[in-house]
Design a binder for this molecule. Structure first.
Ligand SMILES: NC(=O)CC[C@H](N)C(=O)O
Length: 356
């Protein structure tokens, strides 16, 4: 069936709607992902909530869909745009084809769209509102959402029996972050996004991880003073949204990039070691470097392409943060060492406590 991708700038692209959803009209913020593989992780990463994802690689779905690669229990994107979607699923682990999986969750997929042209528009004019529709449709301009509370857990849950106890504050966490912590011999308590310092104290953790999450970080403004108390009291690692929130809690500002970084090959330099690592990324917002000037934070990582801030360290407290995804999935895992650094921070803080 013929379908349309309408952009907020007034342009329309024509394609073919797969039979994955009967919805006539679905809107969202249109963004693009440049990895050749990793579509399962992208679909199920809660940070993509309410976004229409354009895959730049021209053939998507060729190894099907299997549960092992999910980053959460369900897909969060509002719709999918591809050039070609593979309808078979020959991989030995596959439970669904791409289209079968999207049908299960009633998510529209439009194919045979000139994805190269769409991406060029987004690169030039920025991420914008878009609608996938069966006919002409109005595109609603983007408005600020409260996506974090929609994806965060409501109950505390503790997993694993490792040596270090970490509270993972859930702004929309990817399962790979939990897995990375469990692999490093941590016991992890997943906590709702609005957990207070008192609730964390009761858990007696060794450290806190602030997770990734969807939308604009300023949606957390009402909670920033709570977060500052937490981050100032425990060794803390912030990842993506978590990193942006660490920036905001210490008085820095965030800003939106024209089209963000979404892919598996973003080069990042670690200013401490002077080494460049290839990283997995998914974000629109960044911490504004100039706004760090009068704060207690300093830049630890930078994007080699556009020089944007990719990570911070607190000048005195055991607090580090990364804009990229050290847990990978999809993408390279060579930045995984940041988890080891976080472990060292917890170990050192524990030693101080023992001698206090
Ligand atoms: N993956 C994330 O945590 C993304 C953070 C935020 N939603 C952004 O787009 O910048």
């Amino acid at each position: 069936m013929k379908g349309y991708l309408h952009l907020e700038n007034g342009e329309t692209f024509t394609g073919e709607l797969a039979k994955t959803s009967a919805k006539q009209n679905v809107g969202g913020e249109i963004v693009f992902f440049t990895g050749m593989t990793g579509y399962q992780e992208v679909l199920t990463d809660p940070s993509y909530k309410d976004q229409i994802i354009v895959f730049t690689y021209p053939l998507i779905g060729n190894y099907g869909i299997n549960k092992e690669d999910f980053e959460s229990k369900k897909p969060h994107v509002s719709a999918v745009v591809v050039y070609e979607s593979k309808t078979s699923k020959y991989h030995y682990e596959a439970n669904y084809s791409l289209e079968e999986y999207l049908k299960k969750w009633d998510i529209p997929l439009i194919k045979h769209v000139d994805t190269r042209a769409v991406v060029k528009r987004i690169r030039r004019q920025g991420t914008m509102g878009a609608t996938i529709a069966t006919e002409a449709a109005v595109v609603n301009p983007l408005k600020e959402g409260k996506q974090i509370q929609a994806v965060s857990v409501e109950q505390f849950e503790t997993i694993g029996e490792g040596k270090r106890h970490v509270v993972l504050m859930d702004f929309g966490f990817k399962k790979s972050i939990l897995d990375s912590l469990l692999e490093k011999d941590c016991k992890v308590t997943i906590a709702p996004y609005n957990t207070t310092k008192e609730q964390i104290e009761a858990l007696k953790p060794d450290g806190v991880v602030l997770s990734n999450g969807p939308g604009d970080p300023v949606q957390m403004n009402p909670q920033l003073s709570h977060l500052k108390e937490i981050v100032s009291s425990y060794p803390t690692l912030g990842i993506c949204m978590g990193h942006q929130l660490i920036g905001l809690t210490f008085g820095a500002l965030t800003k939106k990039l024209t089209f963000g970084h979404r892919g598996a090959n973003q080069p990042v330099i670690d200013l401490k070691t002077k080494r460049v690592v290839m990283t997995s990324q998914n974000h629109s917002y960044v911490v504004d470097e100039q706004s760090l000037e009068n704060t207690e934070l300093q830049v630890r990582f930078k994007n080699v392409n556009d020089k944007s801030v990719e990570g911070l360290a607190h000048k005195k407290l055991p607090v580090i943060s990364v804009q990229y995804h050290p847990e990978a999935h999809p993408g390279p895992s060579e930045s995984n060492y940041i988890f080891d650094e976080f472990l060292t921070l917890m170990k050192e803080a524990g030693r101080e406590k023992a001698y206090a």
